[in-house]
Design a protein around this ligand. Structure first.
Ligand SMILES: [Fe+2]
Length: 191
């Protein structure tokens, strides 16, 4: 479908130092593998040029870091105040993978704009990242969060970890772009 571009590997540990908080070594290795695979099949030359989306020009990497850090802070509060356990490995691994397929969903044009690629215009956002996560053997709990993390998904993520990520992701879009949500009244029947 596309060929590997010759360029240096990404330094995933430097881009996302939070990866070291993941205890499972296999998850850390697979996160790096998936980012490298996406990076080397993308047309991006500088990772800092990757935007949140073709529409939201704010750079993706600081958005991603904000999402992972906010998610960790929410987990801290849930655990210290409510004694609610959050699986940190699942939370952080999903935070680092849920948007990785943006690398191949859109790319730079020759006139300096950003456009959707064949993958990005064919499949819904996060489908390709989910496919790679399944292919490389990450657990279903992580793959499901990647698939359902986007508002375009038909349903909310199932787990506590997925729901934390869903809401902090949307919060960060308010900071980096704008509030995209409106409230609508729904009438529910008593049963
Ligand atoms: Fe996303």
């Amino acid at each position: 479908m596309y060929k590997t571009k010759m360029k240096p590997d990404l330094n995933v540990n430097e881009l996302f130092p939070e990866i070291m908080q993941i205890k499972n070594e296999e998850y850390r290795k697979l996160i790096d593998t998936i980012w490298q695979e996406l990076w080397h099949t993308s047309n991006w030359v500088d990772i800092n040029d990757l935007p949140i989306s073709p529409k939201i020009t704010y750079p993706h990497i600081p958005h991603n870091r904000a999402v992972v850090q906010m998610a960790i802070h929410v987990a801290d509060v849930f655990e210290s105040i409510h004694n609610v356990t959050v699986n940190r490995d699942i939370l952080i691994a999903a935070a680092l993978l849920q948007d990785a397929s943006k690398l191949v969903e859109f790319g730079p044009t020759e006139d300096g704009k950003v456009e959707y690629t064949k993958i990005g215009s064919t499949y819904p956002h996060a489908f390709w990242g989910t496919y790679l996560a399944i292919k490389f053997g990450l657990p279903d709990e992580i793959c499901e969060i990647i698939l359902d993390h986007t508002p375009d998904s038909a349903r909310f993520p199932k787990s506590m970890e997925g729901k934390i990520l869903y809401y902090v992701d949307q919060l960060d879009v308010i900071a980096t772009y704008k509030d995209r949500w409106k409230k609508e009244t729904t009438v529910h029947l008593y049963k």
